[in-house]
Write a protein that binds this ligand. Sequence first.
Ligand code: PEP
Ligand code: MN
Length: 360
Amino acid sequence: MNANELEQLRKRIDRINLDILELLNERAEVAQNIGWKKEELGMKAFDPIRENESLALIIENHRGPFEVSTIKFLFKEIFKASLNLQNNHQKKEMLVSRKMQPQNTIVDINGEMIGDGSQRFIMGPCAVESYDQVKSVALAMKKQGLTLLRGGAFKPRTSPYDFQGLGERGLQILRKVGDEVGMSVISEIVSSNDVEMALPYVDVIQIGARNMQNFELLKTVGKVDKPVLLKRGLSATIEEFINAAEYIMANGNNQIILCERGIRTYEKATRNTLDISAVPILKKETHLPVIVDVTHSTGRKDLLLPTAKAALAIGADAVMAEVHPDPAVALSDSAQQMNIAEFNEFIEELKVLQKKLALV
Ligand code: PEP
Ligand code: MN
């Protein structure tokens, strides 16, 4: 064979490659059309019987020189690629995803915006214990210019013998203090049965870590006209966390704040492991505001300030931490709640950091 003949054969191969390419894309378009038709008819994209029939027809007409197994392999790859095309189309984007809504969701809590670029503080006792206890924390917060008061009335405790919270009475205390001091209140609701009852008392419903996959509760709070603060589950992946938020949004409520509160790992130095990188990941994947709870993630008073600084530096929309007038006698989370003096120091240090961050 001379050089000229080789050149001719190469040209033929190139032409055949382009013909195959043309045919593959034509086939893909037809497959896409079939996919859309199937979707209209409510049929699944993958139909193994039809695929076997197509393969049998191909083998019947096959005349070599490729082995039958090679032809089968090549066509199965083509079928797989077409199926992926159809599935990608059938796969619905989640409502919470950044792809569905490129702009940030801003949650309005009585005029205090979460997710508008400014960084807020959500503070208050772990549990509502008494009017005086909540009032003294609220007054200290007010002095620092804070308006988002948290406090648990329904406490999901590991032991059934531990303080379970004051229930509706606790919500009444929170509301009273909130109204007197001019603050919005955030409290956890643990049962679908209590959501309706809680609505007049709270400005934000908190769904705690232990209930992140309580799908009935998520559906219930998805149907109310009240912002929801959704905490990440104890061992939830980011994907599971995002799906939990989707449950709320799919039921009509788009006022959702995501809260990273640490996950359970093998590490024992902290109560949970604060997954700080979840903040930028959640912000990239979803359009929802993301906050960080430094109390329940670390479980350590000495780590509240450094982790809060990390949260602000990484772009969290708010920091949550617990404050009690006398943590030593607190009925829950006694070891990691700040007293009022520690709270003042904490906030002042963070305000300095906020100023520095604003300058750069
Ligand atoms: C809380 O914030 O009061 C609480 C119980 O937190 P978590 O659900 O994150 O444990
Ligand atoms: Mn607590």
